[in-house]
Design a protein around this ligand. Structure first.
Ligand SMILES: [Zn+2]
Ligand SMILES: [Zn+2]
Length: 348
């Protein structure tokens, strides 16, 4: 089969690799039809985080089940499924708590499972990991493109909103106008927030944030952005969603949070270990920091129901579509901020 492989910073190639096969009774093989390039893929692409050269990439698979191991009960060959960015069993202590990202039997995509930016993956723990799309929606292209973000960014944006305690009538600020921040706006609106201030650096992305439900936008940087967001929210919001992960975004989020408020953080921490986290500013205003890597499997059914009902549609985050051979171009376009998020349609 063909799959995208990491060959070093700035270098993704599409190569012929061996196709994954059923190895254990809980495995399923999925023929990937749709996948995506993630903002978090850019960290290794830019050489800012380590990744083994020669490793398959991609962690947002959707496709058709091709084969299942003898213990798999929840899906059959021919089913349309998607999977979160982490494999989870659904039955261990952590999965039962809704913390699928800490699954005792969990795994990541890549390695010998195959990366999701390839023709096939092996889902170990298929019953816990794969989410079935009902047959009547299984071949509707527009619906599938709206479902695909549930593999990662939509679930992650939702986790930011839930972690920040966003509810009916609330005012919140979303820090970050990438795919996760934009999905965070959708999530806050879905949870009933009345005022949603989106903060970012890109006019076009902030326009999309408005169409997703942001009531105000702030397109400034650093202290000026914090000042502006504070003004708009009469001294800072009680609910801040940090959707970037960079140390500067985390600082802004904590800085602008109203005393006694909560910062829900979901961005993969980046550079925070150099700068350090200013615990004192949390301390002096009783600001709570909640969140972490999003257990998107826990939210999949709930969000899928809304997508299928037509009340939730994150698909406008895909501003560029490529085929499997176009994956290297997809990385480039995201790296150069030409695309918010790249959809990959895998032809077979
Ligand atoms: Zn991702
Ligand atoms: Zn588990």
């Amino acid at each position: 089969m063909r799959a995208a492989i990491y060959r070093g910073p700035g270098e993704i190639t599409v190569e012929e690799v061996s196709k994954p096969e059923i190895e254990s009774p809980t495995d399923a093989i999925v023929r990937v039809t749709h996948t995506a390039v993630c903002g978090s893929d850019l960290w290794f692409y830019r050489g800012e985080s380590d990744r083994e050269e020669g490793s398959p990439v991609g962690h947002e698979p959707m496709g058709i089940v091709e084969a299942v191991g003898e213990d798999v009960r929840s899906v059959d060959p021919g089913d349309r499924v998607f999977a979160p960015f982490k494999i989870s069993c659904g039955r261990c202590e952590f999965c039962r708590k809704g913390l699928h990202t800490s699954c005792a039997n969990g795994d990541s995509w890549g390695g010998d499972n195959g990366g999701a930016q390839g023709e096939f993956v092996r889902a170990t723990e298929a019953d816990g990991t794969l989410v079935r799309v009902p047959d009547r929606h299984a071949d509707d292209e527009a619906t599938l493109e709206a479902v695909l973000p549930l593999t990662d960014v939509m679930g992650t944006g939702h986790h930011a909103a839930v972690s920040a305690g966003v509810g009916k009538g609330d005012t919140c600020v979303v820090v970050g106008d990438g795919a996760v921040g934009l999905c965070g706006v959708l999530a806050a609106r879905r949870l009933g927030a009345e005022r949603i201030v989106a903060m970012g650096h890109h006019e076009d992305r902030l326009e999309l944030a408005e169409s997703f439900g942001a009531t105000e936008t702030v397109a400034a940087r650093g202290d000026e952005a914090v000042e502006r967001a504070r003004e708009l929210t009469y001294g800072g919001p009680t609910h801040v969603m940090e959707c970037v992960g960079a140390a500067s975004a985390m600082d802004s989020a904590i800085d602008l949070c109203r005393p006694g408020g909560t910062v829900g953080y979901v961005g993969v921490p980046h550079g925070v270990d150099d700068a350090g986290l200013d615990v004192f500013s949390l301390f002096q205003d009783n600001v709570t920091l909640r969140g972490g890597v999003a257990p998107v499997r826990a939210y999949a059914e709930e969000l899928l129901a809304d997508v299928l009902q037509g009340t939730l549609d994150p698909s406008p985050i895909f501003t560029k579509t490529v085929d499997l051979d176009g994956v290297p171009e997809g990385y480039r376009a995201m790296d150069e901020r030409e695309a918010i998020k790249v959809l990959v349609k895998v032809e077979h």
